[in-house]
Design a protein around this ligand. Structure first.
Ligand code: CP
Ligand code: NVA
Length: 332
C-alpha cells in the first residue's frame, strides 16, 4: 500500500483497503507511542495547519502527531493569515505548497479544501469542512475495532443532524466498510439523496446497509454503536438553536434510547458535547430554553458505555497515520 502524495479530503476518494491500512497503521503507531518507541521518521519536514474554524482535538492531534513524527508545525488562524481575504486559496496553496510538505485545512465549504489541494504540490488533509470530517472517521473506526475486536457487520446508529459533516462521513465510512448505518432524525435532517444513493451502492458491494428512520427507537434497535453530534455546527447562526432544539429533542441520546441498542453497545460522539451546564453555550441554552443537556444526557455521556475519550485520544494516532502515509514515511 502506498499513499505517498495523496490528498485526504473525503473518504469517498479512498477504498476500504486504504481506509483499513490507515487504521492498521494508526494502531501500530499507537502501540509504539505507548511503548515509548520513537517514530520521528519525518525529521526536517514541516506542515501548515490552517484553521478557519476553532478546534481542540483536531489541532492538538495534528500538532502532537507532527512533533512525534519529528516535523515542525505552523498554525494559521483566520486572523493571522491573508487566506481568503487578501489572498485567494489558489495563491495561498502555491505559496504554502512550496514551503511545507503537507497542509491541513479546517473551514467551510468542501470546495475550498478541494481548491487548496488542486493548487498545492504538497498533500492536503481535510481537518473538517461543512460537508465532511474524514480524519474523525478513522478515529471512530479504530475505536470501534478496539472495543469489539471487529467492525464488519456492526450496526452504527447516528442520531440528529445527519446531513452535515459527521453524519455524511459516517454514512460513507459504514457503506465502504461493510457496516450497517442507520439514521434517527426528522426527514429534513437526512443526508442528501445523491450521497445516500452513492452510499447504498457501496453498501451493496461491501455487505453493509443504509436505513433512514424518523423513529428514534426504531433507528437505535439492536445497534452496536449509538453516535451523535452537536445540533448546531460551527459556522451556523445562533438563531437556529430554537428550531434545532424543537426538531431534534426527540432524538437526544438518553438511557431509554441506549436500551434499544444491544446490551454491549457503546456511545460515541466526535465532541465537543453539550451534556451538562459546564459550557458557556450550555448555560445560555439553559437560561433560554430550560434544558440542562442537549444531544446526549449526562447519564449516557458519563456511563461505562461511553467511549468518547478513547475516541478523542484516537484522533491523534489516526491523524499521525494519515500524515505518515501520505508523506511516504511507511510506504511498502
Ligand atoms: N471532533 C473534533 O473535530 O473536535 P475539535 O473541533 O475539537 O477539533
Ligand atoms: N458537526 C460539528 C462537528 C464538530 C467536530 C461541527 O461542524 O461543528
Amino acid at each position: 500500500m502506498n499513499l505517498k502524495g495523496r490528498d485526504f479530503l473525503t473518504l469517498k476518494d479512498f477504498t476500504a483497503e486504504e481506509i483499513l491500512y490507515l487504521v492498521d497503521l494508526a494502531a501500530e503507531l499507537k502501540k509504539k507511542k505507548k511503548e515509548g518507541i520513537p517514530v520521528d521518521v519525518l525529521r526536517g519536514k514541516n506542515v501548515a495547519l490552517i484553521f478557519e474554524k476553532t478546534s481542540t482535538r483536531t489541532r492538538c492531534s495534528f500538532e502532537v502527531a507532527a512533533h512525534d513524527l519529528g516535523m515542525g508545525t505552523t498554525y494559521l488562524d483566520p486572523k493571522a493569515s491573508q487566506i481568503g481575504k487578501k489572498e485567494s486559496i489558489a495563491d495561498t496553496a502555491r505559496v504554502l505548497g512550496s514551503m511545507f510538505e503537507g497542509i491541513e485545512y479546517r473551514g467551510f465549504g468542501q470546495e475550498i479544501v478541494e481548491e487548496l489541494a488542486k493548487y498545492s504540490d504538497a498533500p492536503v488533509w481535510n481537518g473538517l469542512t461543512n460537508e465532511y470530517h474524514p480524519t474523525q472517521m478513522l478515529a471512530d473506526l479504530l475505536t470501534i475495532r478496539e472495543v469489539f475486536g471487529d467492525y464488519r457487520g456492526r450496526k452504527l446508529c447516528y442520531m440528529g443532524d445527519a446531513r452535515y459533516n459527521t453524519g455524511n462521513s459516517l454514512m460513507i465510512l459504514c457503506s465502504k466498510m461493510g457496516m450497517h448505518f442507520s439514521v434517527g432524525a426528522p426527514e429534513k435532517y437526512f443526508p442528501e439523496k445523491e450521497l445516500v444513493e452513492t452510499c447504498k451502492k457501496w453498501a451493496a458491494e461491501s455487505g453493509g446497509s443504509i436505513e433512514l428512520n424518523t423513529d428514534p427507537m426504531a433507528a437505535a434497535k439492536d445497534a452496536d454503536v449509538i453516535y451523535t453530534d452537536v445540533w448546531v455546527s460551527m459556522g451556523e447562526p445562533d438563531e437556529i438553536w430554537s428550531e434545532r432544539i424543537n426538531d431534534l429533542k426527540p432524538y437526544s441520546v438518553t438511557s431509554a434510547l441506549m436500551k434499544q441498542a444491544k446490551p454491549s453497545a457503546i456511545f460515541l460522539h466526535c465532541l465537543p458535547a453539550f451534556h451538562d451546564l459546564g459550557t458557556g453555550i450550555g448555560m445560555q441554552i439553559h437560561e433560554k430554553f430550560g434544558l440542562d443537556e442537549l444531544e446526549v444526557t449526562d447519564e449516557v455521556f458519563e456511563s461505562s458505555q461511553s467511549k468518547v475519550f478513547l475516541e478523542a485520544e484516537n484522533r491523534m494516532h489516526t491523524i499521525k497515520a494519515v500524515m505518515a502515509a501520505t508523506l511516504g514515511a511507511f510506504a511498502g
